[in-house]
Design a binder for this molecule. Structure first.
Ligand code: FES
Length: 235
């Protein structure tokens, strides 16, 4: 489908391709919308709600990553109200798990931390849940710490859609849900895991990390997923 449509983003008229999301069109035209669960090269999930936008004529806010463009669509991506909602979503994420940046291997190159700084989040208005999760250190090369997970499922989608192994899935409900490897087997015993490490690169926080790596080493190659997706489609 290559139908061209004209949309308006923050007042600017932009030519887009039907089927693209508002977030894709905005990014392609140099417009920034915060996002956490979205990752280029993966199917959108729309769960973090950081990319919420206002659509003219629509009462509810909508996620830019799962809203397809259509002829005449007019959206606003930055208002004081949206900034407030995004900040609240970040506060809730911090309150939900144990995001202790000072002792995290991803500190300084964590997407959650960067988004919090960007939104001026210095504290959270919500009570911390302080859940008690045991990190899975069974894999010889990688470690999974659910305490640092934001439930974006980028690992799940990367493993299924890019690597084709589908080691990861989401189990449980609500705040108690989270990634599990191979039907809740320890990761190190998951026979379908190819140890490719793509899930680690896709993880926005320190939830998935290389074992034994220092903070300065644990920078992630965020472009690896989109590069592989582009190569696979022969573009
Ligand atoms: Fe759109 Fe997460 S990036 S909901």
């Amino acid at each position: 489908m290559n139908d061209k449509v004209m949309v308006r983003i923050d007042g600017e008229v932009i030519a887009a391709t039907a089927g693209q999301s508002v977030l894709q069109v905005a990014r392609a035209n140099g417009k920034y919308i915060p996002a956490l669960c979205y990752m280029e090269g993966l199917s959108p999930q729309g769960s973090c709600r950081l990319c919420m936008i206002e659509i003219q004529g629509v009462k509810k806010l909508q996620p830019a990553c799962t809203t397809p463009v259509s002829e005449g669509l007019s959206v606003t991506t930055h208002t004081a109200q949206l900034a407030g909602y995004r900040k609240m979503a970040l506060e809730l994420l911090f309150a939900e798990r144990n995001h202790i940046c000072a002792v995290c291997v991803s500190s300084g190159h964590c997407e959650l931390q960067s988004l919090a700084q960007e939104h001026g989040m210095t504290n959270t208005r919500f009570d911390y849940s302080y859940p008690s999760y045991t990190p899975d250190t069974s894999h010889p090369r990688y470690v999974f710490d659910p305490n640092r997970c934001v439930l974006c499922a980028r690992c799940v989608r990367t493993c299924a859609e890019i690597e084709g192994a589908h080691v990861w899935d989401i189990a449980g409900r609500g705040v108690a849900s989270g990634p599990v490897s191979e039907m809740q087997r320890p990761w190190g015993e998951a026979e379908s895991c190819t140890s490719c490490g793509k899930c680690v690169q896709a993880c926005p926080t320190g939830a998935l990390a290389e074992k034994g790596w220092a903070v300065e080493e644990m920078t992630k190659q965020k472009g690896v997923v989109s590069t592989l997706d582009t190569m696979r489609r022969g573009q």
